[in-house]
Design a protein around this ligand. Structure first.
Ligand code: IYR
Length: 234
């Protein structure tokens, strides 16, 4: 069925159910080993692998296929230092003055503070910028749609691609992040969305002993007012 003059046949491989189960379980096992890492080894990583992961992130669906994202790849030690210094200045103000007591208490189990040495130690920083609008060659603005959702999906794919490729990362949001647009000389239509240090974990890397919610807690099947299988709490 042709839906538009420019459509092409879908390239889709239908798998047998045994293969589907094996692949789904393998993917879960890989992703379940993912942890937010804050202690990196300084060892370099293959940049072609990072570029391939970014290309995978760029396959994300986006509003009206506007692909409203730019990925900045930072490896230069001087630039990483500037990013660390600016991030720590903001984070220090946040931890010391801007955070509510409730927020501080929620972060306590993670053991975070304003020091961000990983921004210099990790061999790679990826900064994802969201494009709030596009700019045509003649300078006029092109509207973008569902920018937050689109970038959130691209970020999820990037994290999965990096994990799948054997790299560790952290979703870091030094707040506010405007300094990233300045230091990385991004145009006015781009705003920082997330900062990901990427590398190998340090040999002595520790992570908080956290548990993920079991499937039964995150999944409701066929929910609705008429579904009698949903327990009624009195
Ligand atoms: N951006 C700060 C604080 C922080 C906030 C949340 I919500 C976290 O899940 C973790 C940290 C920092 O990176 O320390």
């Amino acid at each position: 069925m042709s839906v538009s003059p420019t459509s092409i046949l879908l390239d889709f491989v239908r798998l047998d159910e045994a293969s589907m189960r094996a692949r789904a379980a393998d993917f879960l096992a890989t992703m379940d080993r993912r942890r937010s890492v804050r202690s990196f080894a300084p060892d370099p990583v293959p940049l072609d692998v990072i570029r391939t992961a970014i290309q995978a992130a760029g396959t994300a669906p986006s509003g009206a296929h506007m692909q409203p994202w730019t990925f900045s790849l930072v490896t230069d030690p001087g630039l990483k230092r500037q990013i660390r210094e600016a991030a720590e200045a903001e984070e220090r103000a946040t931890y010391e003055h801007r955070m509510s007591d409730e927020w501080r208490a929620a972060l306590a189990p993670l053991g975070t503070d304003w020091h961000k040495p990983f921004l210099e130690i990790a061999p790679v920083l990826i900064v994802l910028f969201r494009q709030d609008f596009g700019v045509r060659p003649d300078g006029t603005r092109r509207k973008h749609y569902y920018v937050q959702e689109s970038c959130g999906i691209a970020l999820g794919l990037l994290i999965a691609a990096l994990q799948h490729a054997g790299l560790a990362t952290l979703t870091h949001t030094p707040s506010p992040m405007a300094f990233l647009a300045r230091l990385l000389a991004r145009p006015e239509n781009e705003k920082p969305f997330i900062l990901l240090p990427v590398g190998y974990p340090s040999a002595d890397c520790e992570v908080p002993d956290l548990a993920r919610k079991p499937l039964a807690e995150i999944l409701v099947e066929n929910p609705g007012p008429t579904n009698s299988s949903i327990a009624v709490v009195s």
